[in-house]
Design a protein around this ligand. Structure first.
Ligand code: MRU
Length: 366
């Protein structure tokens, strides 16, 4: 059985895979309303920038449809309040904010065109459902554009054949509605017979690489090798690598990109070893309201997550009690270290040291 990050239908409601239990257990939990959606996102039971936006949007859709059935009044005010609440779960991935803002526009348009409460609830739910389909399409497009970019870079470096590619965190079907962003590029390379090996970093402290990416590689029969984060430099030095590809939680106007902690180290190592370094992200991950990466809010997670290993939801303390802890969940890779930013609308134009994200967004959204 292929694991899916979520199941959604108008009649069946929403259930999500509890990712804290993978790969030991495959348990789906019901999300019956916006409060449940907020909780599964906050607790990391679902994670990955596109998925946490999707689960938030759909959790609220389920509740909106229930309210429509019960003929509850005040649809627009209620939806506005719930969307503001959903934005408070996690701060770094901009997909959540962009998605809520886009759905907010749907609600305001419905209000402006004189729709009644029932119609407003339904307009919201229709738009949220539509986003689910768009996410998978966007990921397939990223897969093609990313595979083309990596193969072109190999050719330019005089290397033919299949690619050896490193990635961090989980950016696959479990971080999205399906296929994945950076891991989607690896899937596309494999489908084209052009993936020699995918190297996935363990990704401390939450182990998304070891638990989720390794799981997806094995399930799909991709040639994969797991290494811990501190082995990346040695692998580049001793085995060679054709590219690194990572996901993103927020790409700002100059191309600076926030992603899972450890991504910046990987970009520095890639530059030192002459390895092309790519970021793969859908348009919903772009934030042209911020000019520089230093403006991106970086989530800090509880000490417990660094001091303990969690297996099947049970914590086992490994760090010495009493030690001080700093646990940022993300870091920012400067645009100057990024060779290409791959989106569902192709590569963002690169200037000498950064990217023109602002010029790209309006053009591609027209
Ligand atoms: O803390 P997480 O697991 O939500 O972080 C996820 C990542 O950093 C991913 O690489 C990023 O969201 C891109 S997901 C396609």
């Amino acid at each position: 059985m292929v694991l899916e990050s979520l199941h959604f239908s108008r009649d069946g409601g929403l259930e999500v895979l509890d990712q804290l239990q993978v790969p030991q257990k495959k348990t789906y939990i019901r999300v019956k309303d916006s409060q449940d959606a907020w909780t599964v996102v906050r607790n990391m039971q679902v994670r990955g920038a596109p998925l946490l936006a999707m689960v938030s949007a759909l959790g609220l859709a389920v509740e909106a449809l229930e309210r429509a059935k019960a003929k509850r009044e005040g649809a627009a005010e209620w939806l506005r309040e719930r969307m503001s609440f959903l934005k408070t779960s996690r701060p770094t991935a901009v997909n959540l904010f962009n998605t809520m803002d886009a759905l907010g526009k749907v609600v305001e348009d419905a209000v402006a065109s004189g729709r009644n409460d029932q119609q407003i609830y339904h307009a919201y739910a229709d738009a949220a459902e539509q986003m689910l389909e768009e996410d998978v399409k966007a990921n397939k497009a990223i897969g093609d554009a990313g595979a083309d970019a990596i193969l072109a870079a190999m050719k330019a470096a005089g290397r033919d054949g299949a690619a050896r590619v490193m990635t961090i965190c989980n950016t696959g079907a479990l971080a999205t509605a399906g296929w994945g962003t950076a891991l989607g590029v690896l899937r596309t390379l494999h489908a084209r017979g052009k993936l020699e090996r995918a190297y996935c970093l363990e990704t401390r402290p939450y182990n998304q690489g070891a638990r989720l990416t390794a799981f997806e590689l094995v399930e799909d029969g991709l040639p994969g090798t797991l290494i811990c984060d501190s082995m990346a430099a040695a692998l580049m030095q001793r085995c060679g690598l054709d590219a690194c590809i990572v996901g993103a939680d927020r790409v700002v106007a100059n191309g600076d990109s926030a992603n899972k902690i450890g991504t910046y180290s990987l970009a520095v190592l890639s530059r030192h070893h002459g390895v092309p370094f790519y970021v793969a992200a859908p348009l919903t991950t772009l934030d042209v309201n911020l000019k520089h990466g230093s403006e991106i809010p970086i989530e800090e997670r509880p000490d417990e997550e660094l001091c303990s290993l969690k297996v099947e939801g049970v914590s086992h303390r490994v760090a010495a009690p009493g030690i001080g802890v700093w646990n940022p969940a993300f870091d920012v890779t400067p645009a100057s270290l990024i060779s290409g930013i791959v989106t569902d609308c192709g590569l963002i134009p690169k200037r000498s040291q950064d990217f023109d994200v602002a010029a790209f967004v309006p053009e591609k959204k027209r």
